[in-house]
Design a protein around this ligand. Structure first.
Ligand SMILES: [Zn+2]
Length: 408
């Protein structure tokens, strides 16, 4: 195995979850009669550029198909986040009716809708048909393709280069990361800005967030590795912020090194120094994560078996991709966890990949009054526990498994 970015041999182990089906491949009732494909889910580290990456198994077209089940707009926490992002960038970078914004991985258009509301012209790129249709329904123009250098000319032909390129929560999902960032460099105006948001590898390691590993997630990013990737194609990071989203993310603003330049904020060298102190560019930082993942899995499994033994009814909330990683690694099936309740219309009536646990409407919780509700998207635990507070009326309690098992 060689590094997807620099070609060096991938010699540093990080995480091996055995095999798993693609995390977003929710199953229809008909599909239950068919076998499922399970692929190795292994993550290794490049000791040269320190890009943490899955071993190459699947192409993006196997993962992000027309029925892709993830819709951004379901979470209120997320909608607040995109509203603040639009507010911040429009002010800071003086975006107006004369500017152009490009968003890569537009999903259902909930971010671009906020730029459109501020009368900033915008264009989306989104490969999955189901979400692109939703974005168009909000009046957003969408190019239905994967982004990369082959798409550059077509995007520029729509009206020139862009003042702001938003590539939030997509960089980690890109197989050819070099081609992707090279394409961004080419569509930016000389004084343009690109924004990246991605779950921060340091939080993943420090909080044992092994369930954020799945095939669609090709890279696990640090400032150290992203800086190296961007510099190689002529982009310079000029600001970085820590965000609470997805269990702790980084937001990076970068610009062309051949442009006028804005000046680098002190946050950039400060965070680089923190990563250096933690040893992100050393093998020791990555050792021990496998053991942590196995402990979390074993503790959860014991809790579910105990609850079952005590005659308690256990269900889950939130049919998130990370839930699939956790349930499949732990080998949990519907005998231990009867169903997963969710609010996303695209998922209700389907089944979790691998575990084949049914996904049902939230109303089922009131009907069946479960003793224990496992919150699978632990990053939204406060929002979800608040939303489901009515379960307290029948003494229902909640459980999260990551970073440590907590029942509350
Ligand atoms: Zn490398």
């Amino acid at each position: 195995m060689t590094c997807r970015f620099c070609g060096h041999a991938l010699t540093v182990p990080f995480l091996d979850l055995g095999t798993a089906p693609p995390s977003n491949a929710y199953l229809s009732a008909d599909a239950l009669r068919e076998p499922e494909r399970w692929y190795p889910l292994r993550i290794l580290v490049c000791p040269d550029c320190w890009l943490v990456q899955t071993t190459d198994i699947l192409g993006p077209r196997d993962l992000f198909d027309a029925d892709y089940g993830y819709f951004s707009s379901v979470s209120k926490t997320w909608l607040d986040h995109v509203e603040r992002f639009a507010e911040h960038t429009v002010k800071r970078f003086n975006l107006s009716a004369r500017s152009r914004v490009l968003e890569i991985a537009t999903n259902d258009g909930c971010l671009l809708e906020r730029f459109a509301a501020r009368e900033v012209p915008c264009l989306g790129v989104e490969p999955t048909a189901s979400t692109a249709v939703a974005a168009r329904g909000r009046g957003i123009e969408v190019v239905e393709e994967f982004f990369g250098t082959t798409l550059v000319d077509r995007l520029i032909d729509t009206g020139g280069r862009f003042d702001l390129v938003v590539a939030n929560n997509v960089l980690a999902h890109v197989p050819d990361i070099r081609d992707f960032v090279d394409g961004i460099h080419q569509v930016l105006k000389p004084d343009g800005v690109v924004s990246f948001e991605f779950p921060w590898l340091v939080n993943m390691v420090q909080s044992g967030q092994f369930d954020t590993a799945y095939h669609e997630h090709y890279s696990y990013l640090s400032l150290t590795s992203v800086d190296r990737v961007l510099r190689d194609v002529g982009l310079r990071i000029f600001d970085v912020q820590e965000l609470p989203t997805h269990g702790g993310s980084l937001r990076i603003f970068a610009e062309r090194t051949d442009g006028p330049g804005r000046g680098v904020t002190s946050a950039v060298p400060a965070l680089a120094e923190r990563e250096s102190q933690l040893g992100v560019a050393s093998e020791a930082f990555y050792a021990g994560f496998q053991g942590r993942a196995e402990r979390i899995k074993n503790v959860l499994l014991s809790a579910l078996i105990d609850a079952r033994g005590n005659g308690q009814q256990v269900v889950a909330y939130g049919a998130a991709a990370k839930g699939n990683t956790l349930l499949n690694f732990a080998g949990v099936r519907a005998d231990l966890l009867s169903y997963v309740a969710d609010r996303s219309p695209g998922k209700i009536g389907r089944f979790m990949p691998g575990s084949r646990i049914p996904i049902v409407e939230e109303a089922r919780l009131r009907e069946t009054r479960p003793d224990l509700i496992v919150i699978l998207p632990w990053n939204l635990r406060d929002e979800i526990a608040g939303q489901l507070v009515y379960a307290r009326a029948w003494s229902g309690s909640f459980l999260t498994a990551v970073p440590d098992l907590e029942r509350f």
